[in-house]
Ligand binder design. Sequence first.
Ligand code: PLP
Length: 387
Amino acid sequence: QLSQRITNITGGGSDGWDVFYKARRLISEGTSVTELTIGEHDIGTDPAILTAMDRAATGGHTGYAIVPGITSLRKAVAARIQDRTGVATTYRNILITPGGQSALFAAHLATCNAGDRALFIDPYYATYPGTIRSVGGIPVPIPTRAREAFLPQSESIAAEAAKGAATLLINTPNNPTGTVYDRETLTGIAETSIAHDLWLISDEVYDTQIWNGQHISPRALPGMADRTLVIGSMSKSHAMTGSRIGWICAPEHVVDHLINLATHTTYGVAGFIQDAAEFALAQGVELEEKIAEPFRRRRDLAQAILAGQNTVGMIPSQGAMYLMLDIRATGLSGEDFAHSLLDAHHIAVMPGESFGASAAGHVRVAMTVDDSRFAASLQTLVDHAIS
Ligand code: PLP
């Protein structure tokens, strides 16, 4: 018998990614499919970052790297966070992790006991419930409404927190909705976290992809630095998805325990990847903006294509590389619509239902193909919805 923890990860149900698997099967059979499914950039990692990686590897940085992360990289991450939030941050607040997903797991293991309820906002990044189950926690999605741009309401969080909960996980800019939480929403979340003594896990892996407004980290709000664990990653900001490099920023005593966990799990991150990450961060916002720019352009293209028809609605996308489209006027579920679009036009998008019940009747479109193919695919999606 395998452990309940591991067999429970998917909750016993389908993972809701049938359309994605079908698209992959069609591709393996030789069909040309436009994949607007996962958050993978259409450009590779910047050549200058690859050169830095190569230099580090051939220079011999291939042995065990120090478990918490190379001190100079921890310092660079701390400086980036302090500069952008104004919150005093040192390298002792930072653990370098193999990507944001590993950081999400470690953050929950650190704050959630087996049997504890762990709150998160629905719609959500698809791994959240499984990550919580994998540490023995009980996932509790908190519904939001499309007409409120999927922004969480403090009263809904407070109602669940009042039943007892260890953690609250939020994600801004948001995958899958493209929503960026405003100060008022985050202040409500902070006050609720303090009132109910919750750890706040703040997933900020899209912090460089902002189309409107600004990214606010809740760690910077009054009373929050002591109870917030920020999840960061260079997957999206620096197109380094395959390098597996991210971090947790947390109070020092939490990081000390996380280092102990890392010693017994990942045993750190490859040194040459960390060197490349340090090089990438040293390029500053200029490189981050260059990587984010195509998604901003495509978001603008989408707004122009969707204007002037009312079958497909777009949740105002303020950030992140995705669009959440409302296809309820077609009378189809997100899942049925996504299957029919794939079958008829070989365009793969994700059903909203894959990201929680609140996104039913929607589809998520990743803006991850070049501008002209993106525009043509979106037009086909609209025509398909109208027909
Ligand atoms: N959090 C969110 C909201 C994501 O969308 C992703 C990846 O798509 C991750 C975390 C994990 O990213 P990674 O493990 O590549 O850093």
